[in-house]
Unconditional design. Structure first.
Lengths: 586, 309, 319
């Protein structure tokens, strides 16, 4: 059911980001990115429009972004609760009218990247008419960073030392150490500012009792007029919105539920929805619905989301407490030649073409760190492990002494190349599994497929989950922060998920390589952008050459449809899809 | 034939009915005169044979991926057309039928046997009624989905190790569907028993000294048969469909094992431009349920005490 | 009968306690946890998970959680949803009207259509009407609702543009126009569900009538010179209703639990949708509360069915 990626929240962008605006397909008019939203100069009048219908196939259940459980909640709250600035389509911060963007050039950011000063636009008001001040921002920091509040965004505050109000319209953010991603605090999809007056009695353990969780007060263009949990949110215009010309729509209806295909029908075929979220289904379906649609347009935006297959290094079938522990060794994937053969037998081009429409919803990639500009490796395409070559795979296995038995499965010393390959329940992934099974069985592996409900898969508590990884191979998608340090730490030996840490860590493959650890240690200190990019490339290349992970597809971060009459929608791979909603009009 | 006999065995457990041979041949003669029942039996036999032996005869593999052939309609090379990976749907339907028919019939056999037994005991013996019906209430209240999640979570690995990924999951699915669907049968059978056990013919049988077992199986059961058979027919379709719902939640068979319900589910998003994908598995489920129904109809008539008597 | 009902009501209390304990333990044993949404997010550190767990009360042993839950239920305190941080009772109340308006209406329509269809099918067995009814019935239970729903959407929403397929729960019926809109958006989900209900109940009705038609009392009634219509309606129908009462009583609690797939296809915010989503999100308080209410209804309606048997057939007695 869950078509989306493993992680769709918590995206931040920094240095460089790639944005590709793809037309739905060849025939319909291509979407072009219009200029980034600005605080003034709208070509429409406030309240001229009627009702805007937004359709998500997952329904929002909570509207406090810091208690949210998914993209649906974050996006639904974004109409009301805003961060200090948005990330634009190029991955750089864009002012939304709340504050001026601090940079090193304008003196807002200190040269050592440890402190950032934000200047708020004077006279800002909350939707209830009370003034929006630096105190609210300080409070939001306190709210999230109180561990007892149990906010999923706590980790984004880990590098923040303090947030202080210099005066009513100036705040100073201090980081504990040089922070190359100095927009960590305050910018992007999970940094919405809460109103102190509404939440001050609900910090810590009482956070879950806050009435504001369902009806937050914000600074955004709309206010919540009614919220039926798990079904629909209705919004009205914010009477105190900072731009007197906005928003255009009198009301917004944010409906949730259903499935991706019928959501696509609603925007492309019947016109029942003005905007339909996350339509990532098989290209044949997208083409049949969107190609000749007179009602809607498909748009996509790339971030750093990569669909990948992880290789298990520990023994997933070891007896008792040793099962999947880093102390054990995988019976055959510990042999680099077997891993290399597996990678060479992987036909990612076919998957990209047939299941992602060659750029419609994703492209083939052999980088685990993709879409991050200079930090993305250009070396991998030429590697043998990145080329689909069954003959080379066979040779690799022959040379290593893995001999085909009568059943077509290779074996050596009584060990057969039998793998269990798991992923979530999702029709595109199940088809990917079938193609992979075909690919790998052709060179002498025996493949058993397993699909797990995503609610079970993405837990550290279930043996069928991704963290335990009690299988030989597993597939899912994940994306990086703009600064990829924490993402790449997920292959260091310090972060191996195992029984002693309750499988609560990020290196599911149990990969351990001192050379890789050293590069990541350097990345945690280095501040020079150029050197950082080089280090990221090196780290990426190690993982690919060593076949720790087999990247398949660089996927679109956003794949949505909107009505041909709707204007002002700007695709963005680094922030919420609702980031520019103040500018939407018809 | 095989199926017809096993259905009889279901409703009249062996050993209790010890009729002279003539009754069975009488019933069979009656049955053969029921045209629809014979048609149903022929269809079901054909489906069973085709799915059991078809995959050996029909050479095309179920997992031959060929994108140049994707979503093609029925043709001489692909009788049922192809799916979006270009896989042959006829081969998939043949193999899928094995699982679907087996799940449908076995799960229903379990639920009907259990339901009839509980219902008959509760309806006939007043003292058993209370406890048995409270037990039924308990099962009726059990949440199917969380229970399945739990059972599969707890037992999948053991059964997989013992019987392999396909047979292991088959056993779980069949047993769980069977064990979660006997309650309506039990309630129905009990209600009829409550009503029939006060009737004159039961009194009469008791007067001539008939034992309880004989009264239950010989006198009352034939009257309840039609309800049981309807429940069985409805159950076959429901079990086939439930299996597909399980795959949808990642609880069913490995994702590359086709079943009719699964084919139908995969096809639903392609209905407007590849209707053949859904049409054939849908038709096969329909035919299976329909033939089970008419066989049931024929059986009921054949075993009707008033007709044969 | 009064004493019987009273005794049954008293027995219902321990029955429900046992049922609730079994349900609760199943939920505790079930895989998945409410934190799964954060599971793959490397940015959620272990201590945050522990905090969330503590905040949700998940760090206590299951028996203590059960006792807390049951005593709270007795005070009509259904608890808080993990996912929406709001009272479970409110969530159920929000969805009950929609569930009744769609699933409930479909059920009533199904039962009301099924009885005459089943009767005619039985009286005119193997007539054209019977064959058509049989055909429809078998489509009803061999074709899954996700399939019939999709076909209806393709024909009536995409093809003809007659009916909307996104259920608008914010619509308030105030005048003829809004009533029309309400009807338009309810037709398809109700049809899908009613097809299944009608099919099932009609088959049982037909089977039971066929069973009764050749019986002696029917012959006697006819011999007395009663009109055939009177014989069927007064005698056969009444005697054939026992299985129908059983089935309908079993079906009413299921109405409360909603119709998961149909609700999802048409985006009807019913209790079924809430239940399935809460199960996949491991939102245990919501799941437990819905299942508990469901169990109460099961016990209650089976009691009602037992009482009705006595009304339909005065010879049925309970010791």
């Amino acid at each position: 059911m869950t078509q989306g990626s493993a992680v769709r929240r918590g995206l931040l962008a920094s240095a460089a980001a790639a944005l590709i605006v793809a037309s739905a397909c060849s025939s319909p008019g291509a979407t072009t990115a219009s200029s980034a939203p600005s605080a003034s100069g709208a070509a429409f009048k406030r309240g001229d429009g009627g009702d805007l219908k937004i359709l998500y196939w997952q329904a929002p259940t909570i509207l406090n972004p810091h208690q949210a459980t998914g993209t649906k909640d974050n996006d639904a709250s974004r109409l009301v609760v805003e961060p200090l600035a948005a990330f634009g389509p190029d991955g750089k911060p864009v002012s939304n009218g709340i504050a001026e963007i601090p940079t090193v050039q304008n003196g807002g950011v200190t040269a050592d990247f440890t402190s950032v000063t934000w200047k708020l636009t004077p006279g800002l008001k909350w939707s209830d008419g009370t003034p929006f001040t630096a105190d609210d921002i300080v409070f939001t920091w306190q709210y999230i960073s109180d561990p007892t509040t149990a906010s999923p965004d706590l980790a984004t505050m880990e590098t923040v030392k303090s947030v202080e109000a210099v005066n009513a319209t100036t705040i100073k953010v201090s980081y504990k150490a040089p922070q190359p991603n100095y927009y960590q605090f305050g910018v992007g999809p999970n940094q919405g500012i809460l109103q102190k007056a509404q939440f001050k009695d609900f910090i810590g353990a009482k956070a879950k009792d806050a009435p504001g969780n369902l009806k937050p007060i914000g600074t955004g263009p709309y206010v919540v007029s009614d919220f039926k949990t798990g079904d629909v949110v209705q919004y009205a215009m914010n009477p105190n919105f900072r731009d007197p010309n906005k928003p255009y729509f009198k009301t917004v209806t944010f409906k949730g539920g259903g499935d991706a295909t019928s959501s696509a029908r609603a925007v492309f075929q019947t016109g029942d929805a003005d905007y339909s979220w996350n339509l990532q289904v098989e290209p044949a379906i997208i083409h049949s619905l969107a190609d000749n649609s007179t009602k809607g347009t498909l748009f996509t935006a790339y971030g750093s989301l990569v669909e990948r297959i992880l290789v298990q290094f520990a023994d997933p079938n070891a007896a008792g407490d040793a099962r999947g522990e880093p102390t054990t060794k995988h019976p055959f994937f510990s042999d680099i030649k077997v891993r290399r053969a597996l990678a060479m037998a992987t036909d990612r081009a076919t998957v990209a073409k047939e299941l992602y429409g060659d750029g419609l919803t994703g492209k083939a990639t052999c980088n685990i760190l993709a879409g991050v500009g200079d930090a993305e490796s250009k070396n991998t395409a030429a590697l043998d492990v990145c080329k689909y070559d069954p003959a080379a795979a066979n040779k690799e296995l022959d040379d290593a002494g893995w001999v085909k038995g009568s059943d077509g499965v290779r074996a050596k010393g009584g060990v057969k190349l039998k793998v269990i390959y798991q992923t979530t329940v999702n029709s595109v992934r199940q088809k990917t599994q079938e193609i992979m099974k075909k690919n790998w069985e052709a060179v002498g592996f025996s493949v058993e497929l397993k699909s797990v409900n995503s609610g079970v898969f993405f837990t550290n508590t279930d043996p069928n989950g991704a963290n335990h990884f009690w299988a030989d191979l597993e597939e899912y998608a994940n994306n990086s922060d703009p600064d990829a340090t924490s993402y790449m730490l997920g292959w260091t030996s310090q972060h191996i998920a195992q029984k002693s840490n309750n499988w609560n860590d990020t290196n599911y493959s149990r990969y351990a390589n001192p050379a890789y650890d050293t590069i990541l240690a350097q990345l945690q200190k280095e501040t020079d952008a150029k050197k950082r990019a080089d280090l990221f490339v090196q780290a990426n290349d190690i993982l690919i050459k060593d076949v720790v992970v087999i990247p398949l597809i660089w996927r679109t971060f956003a794949t949505s449809g909107y009505s041909k009459t709707l204007k002002g929608v700007v695709p963005n791979g680094w922030d919420s899809e609702m980031w520019s909603i103040a500018d939407w009009n018809k | 034939m095989t199926t017809a006999q096993s259905s009889i065995a279901v409703v009249a457990p062996a050993g209790l009915l010890k009729p002279p041979r003539s009754l069975w041949s009488d019933a069979w003669t009656q049955f053969t005169h029921h045209k629809l029942a014979m048609a149903g039996l022929a269809t079901l036999a054909l489906l069973v044979l085709a799915t059991a032996f078809g995959p050996f005869v029909y050479a095309t593999k179920i997992n031959e991926i060929d994108f140049s052939q994707s979503l093609k309609g029925p043709s001489a090379t692909h009788f049922f057309g192809t799916d979006d990976l270009g896989q042959d749907l006829f081969a998939r339907a043949l193999l899928g039928g094995r699982v679907s028919i087996a799940v449908g019939l076995v799960a229903v056999a379990i639920s009907i046997t259990l339901g009839t037994l509980v219902g008959a005991l509760a309806g006939f013996f007043a003292r058993a009624d209370g406890p048995l019906m409270r037990f039924t209430d308990l099962f009726l209240s059990l949440p199917q989905l969380p229970l399945l999640l739990t059972v599969i979570y707890l037992f999948r690995d053991q059964l997989r190790a013992k019987f392999g990924p396909e047979l292991g999951i088959f056993l779980i699915i069949v047993v769980v569907i069977g064990l979660l669907n006997w309650m309506p049968v039990a309630r129905l059978v009990r209600a009829s028993f409550l009503s029939y056990k006060q009737k004159e013919f039961v009194e009469a049988a008791r007067c001539v000294g008939a034992k309880n077992g004989r009264i239950i199986f010989k006198h009352i059961m034939p009257n309840v048969m039609s309800q049981i058979l309807v429940a069985a027919t409805v159950g076959v379709g429901a079990a086939i469909i439930t299996e597909s719902a399980l795959s949808f939640l990642g609880l069913g068979f490995p994702p590359d094992v086709p079943t009719w319900g699964r084919l139908l589910f995969d096809a639903k998003d392609y209905l407007d431009f590849a209707p053949h994908w859904a049409f054939f598995p849908g038709l096969l489920i329909f035919l299976t349920v329909l033939s089970v129904n008419y066989i049931g109809d024929g059986l009921r008539d054949a075993l009707d005490p008033r007709k044969t008597g | 009968m009064g004493r019987y009902v009273l005794r049954r009501l008293l027995i219902a209390i321990p029955t429900l306690l046992i049922i609730s304990f079994v349900i609760f333990m199943i939920l505790v044993l079930a895989p998945g946890d409410p934190l799964s949404q954060f599971g793959a997010d490397p940015r959620v550190p272990p201590e945050v998970r522990e905090n969330i767990k503590h905040a949700l009360g998940l760090d206590q042993p299951p028996p203590i959680r059960y006792v807390n839950w049951v005593t709270a239920m007795l005070r009509a305190d259904f608890g808080y949803s993990f996912m929406s941080h709001s009272p479970v009772l409110g969530l159920i109340q929000q969805r009950l009207p929609t569930t009744l308006a769609v699933v409930g209406v479909a059920y009533v329509i199904g039962a009301l259509l099924a009885i005459p269809i089943g009767m005619v099918s039985a009286v005119k067995r193997y007539s054209l009407f019977d064959h058509i009814a049989t055909g429809f019935a078998f489509i009803g239970f061999s074709v899954p609702t996700f399939f019939t729903g999709t076909i209806l959407i393709l024909v009536f929403s995409v093809g003809l543009h007659w009916l909307p397929f996104i259920y608008d729960s914010t619509l308030k019926v105030t005048d003829a126009k809004s009533l029309g809109e309400q009807l338009k958006q309810s037709i398809m989900p109700i049809t899908v569900l009613a097809l299944f209900n009608t099919a099932t109940i009609a088959r049982f009705m037909r089977a039971e009538m066929i069973e009764h038609l050749p019986l002696d009392y029917v012959r006697t009634a006819r011999a007395k010179g009663l009109l055939e219509r009177i014989v069927i309606l007064r005698h056969v129908l009444r005697n054939s209703l026992i299985p129908i009462v059983t089935l309908v009583a079993l079906g009413i609690p299921a109405v409360f639990a909603g119709a998961v797939i149909t609700e999802q296809i048409f985006r009807v915010p019913g209790i079924g949708e809430l239940l399935i989503r809460s199960i996949t999100d491991s939102d245990t308080p919501v799941v437990a509360a819905i299942l508990f209410v469901f169990a109460v209804l099961v016990v209650l309606f089976n009691l009602i069915a037992d009482v009705l048997y006595g009304v339909l057939d005065p010879r049925i007695r309970y010791s």
